[in-house]
Design a protein around this ligand. Structure first.
Ligand SMILES: CC(=O)[C@@H](O)[C@H](O)COP(=O)(O)O
Ligand SMILES: NCC(=O)COP(=O)(O)O
Length: 254
């Protein structure tokens, strides 16, 4: 079975837009877990555009109390700054069940590529060792959509990683354009090469209710998907009619 880790970054985007406490990230995470989600993911960014250090601490406590996986994602190379203690410090303080390393830059709107496991190995190896020493399972964000001849995904095992997370943005794009076949072949091939090297395979980015099943049917042995942006958008649509009805009842119209 593939487990679902819900990414609650977008709840924090909404909260931060008004500067108050609502919507509450922990309450939202609790609702996801009450609905049966297997874990919670967050990807705090150094500019604190959504998840803040305090959210990470509170979610670590919630997931520990509920006995579910906390998946902390982030760029381990981004230096600390006021309000952001750094990815390793956050892991040290919260001991997430899974640490997912992602090579994003500050200016990125969102994550858009994985590591080059040949070029980045020297830097990654000691970090992976350090995180494993904290008791974290370590997953590395990986491209799976490129030419199989140049794909370095299997080399993630040389970095000491337990898993890779396939960057599924290109899959979502190919699906939306009605051209899924070649992309599915590439992702399935990359997943199998990673598995042959002893790595577990996770997947995430832009997965949604439309593109998820075809992906999982074609890509073997995906252990976990982390989904946030689309899931929160879909939740808005699913919840809007109930909520509008409630307001109308309050107004005596319904
Ligand atoms: C690694 C990954 O694909 C997700 O964590 C995604 O980047 C979410 O981050 P944002 O919510 O900041 O877009
Ligand atoms: N690791 C991917 C993730 O946590 C969520 O990505 P998205 O669904 O917000 O694109």
């Amino acid at each position: 079975m593939t487990v679902l880790s819900v990414n609650v970054n977008k709840i924090a985007v909404l909260r931060n837009s008004r500067g108050g406490r609502e919507p509450d990230v922990v309450a939202a995470a609790r609702a996801c877990l009450d609905a049966g989600a297997h874990g919670i993911t967050v990807h705090p960014r150094p500019d604190a555009r959504h998840i803040r250090a305090d959210d990470v601490y509170a979610l670590a406590e919630l997931t520990r109390a509920r006995g579910v996986e906390f998946n902390l994602e982030g760029n381990p190379f981004a230096p600390p700054r006021p309000g952001y203690p750094g990815f390793l410090a956050l892991c040290e303080r919260t001991r997430p069940a899974q640490a997912t390393l992602v090579p994003d830059g500050d200016a990125q709107l969102t994550s858009d590529h994985g590591f080059d496991f040949v070029k980045d190995a020297v830097q990654l190896r000691p970090l992976v060792t350090q995180l494993k020493g904290m008791g974290c399972r370590v997953s590395l964000f990986a491209d799976a959509h490129g030419d199989p001849a140049t794909c370095t995904i299997a080399r993630a095992s040389d970095c000491g990683a337990d898993r890779v997370e396939l960057f599924t943005g290109p899959w979502a794009e190919a699906f939306a354009q009605g051209e899924p076949e070649r992309m599915l072949e590439r992702f399935a091939g990359a997943a199998m090469r990673a598995q042959a090297a002893g790595l577990g395979v996770n997947a995430g980015h832009d997965l949604n209710q439309e593109n998820l099943q075809a992906f999982l049917a074609a890509v073997p042995g995906v252990l976990e998907v982390s989904i946030g942006h689309a899931l929160v958008a879909e939740a808005l649509y699913a919840g809007l009619s109930t909520t509008v009805s409630r307001y109308l009842r309050l107004l005596g119209d319904g």
